[in-house]
Design a binder for this molecule. Sequence first.
Ligand code: XIL
Length: 377
Amino acid sequence: MKVKIITVIISALLIFSVFSCGSTQTATTAGNARQQPQIQPLKIIYQDYFPIGNIIKDNYMRGEYLDLLIEHFNYATAENSMKPSGLGPRERGGEYNWAPADRMVDLMLNNDIAIHGHTLVWHNQTHAWMTEGSPEVVRQNMISYINAVLAHYKGRVFSWDVVNEAVIDGINPGEQNWRNCLRPSGWYQAMGADYIDLAFRTARAADPDVLLFYNDYNLNNPRKATMVRDMVRDLNERYRAEGHDRNLIEVIGMQAHYSTSVSISNVRAALDMFREIGVSVAITELDVETRTVGGANSGTGRDSFATDTEQRIQALTYANLFQLFKEYSDLIIRVSFWGMDDELSWKSFGNPCLWDSNLEPKQAFFAVADPEGTLNR
Ligand code: XIL
C-alpha cells in the first residue's frame, strides 16, 4: 500500500535523527533551525485513513503557523471564536459577533481546510444571559442561538459539536441511568435532561445537511463512556422510533486531552462501545501532556522543562494512539489536535503538542508520522 511504502522510507530516514539523538531537539538542517525536515504532510500520510485537523486561532492565521497548518492539516476547529461567548450577542437581542470567526472560516476554506463547528451548547464560555430567566426564556434562547448560528454558516460548516461536556466525571460504580449523570449547567437547571434532545433536534431542523456531534472529555474513563453511550443510544432510539432513518446524534467526539499515562485499552474499549450503537467517532481535541500540571499552570509555559525520556514516552503514547486510530479507521471519521505548538497550547506547561515553541517538530511529531516505525524501533 502506498502509505505503507512512504512510512517505511520515512522511518528509515528518521531512525538515526530522531531516537538516537540525545537532545530534545529533533531533526533539523544544520544552519537553518527553522527549516522543516523533509517529511510527508500528516494529511497525506493519513489520507487513506481519516482527515487530520488542528485548531485555528488568531496566532495561527499568519506566518509559519499558517504555513504549517496548511501543509499538514485538512480540518480546523476554531479554538474559541465559534463558542457562544465568541459568536453570541453580549445581551439578549444584541448583535452577533460574526467577524472574527468568519475571517478564520474564510481563510481556512480558501486553503482547502474544512471547518468543524465548536460548540453550540456548553456550560462554559457562554454569556450568562443565555441561561438566565424562566425555563421558557432559556429554551427560546437556546433555540434562537442554534438557528442563528446554523443559518449563518450554512454551506460552510458541515459538522457541529451541538452539545459539549454534558456528562459529569466521578460517576458512581453501578450507575445505570445517564440522566443521573448530567452536569448541573444553566441549561440543565432550566430544562432538565431534555435540553440535550432539544438542542440536537433544533440543530437538525435548522440545517439537515450538518453532521451533529456530542463531544466530551475523559471518555477513556469506562464509566463516563458508558453513560455517554447510553445517552446517545437512548436519544437516537427515540428519534428513530418516530420514523427517522438516520441518527439524531451521528458522531461522538472524544476530546482526547490525555497524559502519557492514558490507558490505550480504555480508549479502545470506548471505541468498541461507541461502535456498538452505530454512531461514528471523531477524535476532536487531541493533546498528550508529558506531565499533568493542570489548573492555573496550564497555559503560557512556553517550552516547560521536559526530559528526553519524557519526550520519548510522549512520542510512544502518540504512536500507540495513532496505531489504534488506524486500526479503527472505519469508525473514526477525523482526528484533530488541540494546538500545534507547545508555546501557544492551552496546556503549554505539559508540552502536549507535536511542535515545540520554535516550531521545531518534536519526537511526538515523528511518532504520529510513523507510529509503527516508532514502536518497532
Ligand atoms: C479551551 C481553549 O483551548 C482555551 O483557549 C480556553 O481558554 C478554554 O477552552 N474542551 C473544549 C475546548 O471543548 O473548547 C476547550 O478549549 C478545551 C477543553
